[in-house]
Design a protein around this ligand. Structure first.
Ligand code: F6R
Length: 240
């Protein structure tokens, strides 16, 4: 585990963007796992603003997003993670839209418990080369909430009350926050060859502390699944 401290979120976001760009320069067919939320937003914006120089191409890059809400109200479709990614990254780069993958379309209503087809799709693509992660205040990674099994696959999940609370900042009314999502499983995440986890601000300190000092997997803190990953870089503005 490599913990990189930055004095600001901006500096950390630049580092994250540089690692992604470097990864694509080394492997134009990179398979990239992507996160949404407030944490990676500046990193994506840094990529798109620098992308104008076009010294890197996303043409052959494949992306797999970690998760997507289900059950959004029609007027809240701009809260979907697909919308977030289009707005912050995909619409500004030369990625082939067919190479963009989400575990489910946010408007899908015919829900099933099991979405492990997504894990198979990732395996068929050769596995994730670089996985970007944020972290929930409750220690979730993707939407693997406390109680998630280490071997969990991509599946329909019930969002924890604390996650609904945290995500309500983007909605007019807390009752509009979806209660369910489809999330990549822990098993899929830890199979990524390289993981870059971004964590900014004191609200993430408890969860990050659990990960940094973990000696085994603790289901109450799903982030601890990363404790013995072979290539984990943590980018943070939290001092340890
Ligand atoms: C988002 C995701 C979540 C977020 C986490 C932190 O795709 O998988 O695990 O990374 O909820 O969210 P922010 O960055 O908004 O604090």
């Amino acid at each position: 585990m490599n913990v990189l401290y930055f004095k600001s979120k901006e500096d950390g976001s630049i580092k994250g963007a540089e690692l992604i760009i470097e990864g694509i320069k080394q492997n134009k067919n990179l398979v990239l796992g992507l996160a949404t939320g407030s944490t990676p937003e500046q990193m994506y914006n840094y990529i798109t603003s620098n992308y104008k120089n076009k010294d890197v191409s996303f043409k052959d890059v494949k992306t797999f997003n970690l998760d997507e809400y289900v059950g959004l109200k029609n007027e809240d479709e701009n809260q979907s993670y697909r919308y977030f990614m289009d707005k912050n990254l995909f619409n500004h780069i030369d990625i082939n839209k067919e190479n963009i993958n989400f575990p489910i379309n946010f408007s899908e209503t015919n829900l099933k418990p099991d979405y492990s087809y997504y894990d198979e799709l990732i395996a068929k693509a050769g596995g994730i080369d670089i996985q970007i992660l944020g972290i929930g205040n409750n220690g979730h990674i993707a939407f693997n909430e406390p109680g998630s099994k280490i071997g969990s696959k991509t599946r329909l999940i019930d969002l924890a009350e604390s996650t609904i609370q945290a995500n309500s900042r983007f909605f007019k009314d807390i009752n509009d926050v979806p209660k369910k999502a489809v999330s990549m499983g822990i098993d899929t995440i830890i199979k990524a060859k390289k993981i870059i986890l971004l964590a900014f601000g004191d609200s993430k300190k408890e969860a990050l502390t659990k990960l940094i000092y973990a000696k085994s997997y603790d289901e109450n803190w799903p982030c601890t699944a990363l404790w013995n990953h072979k290539d984990l870089t943590i980018i943070t503005d939290i001092e340890f």
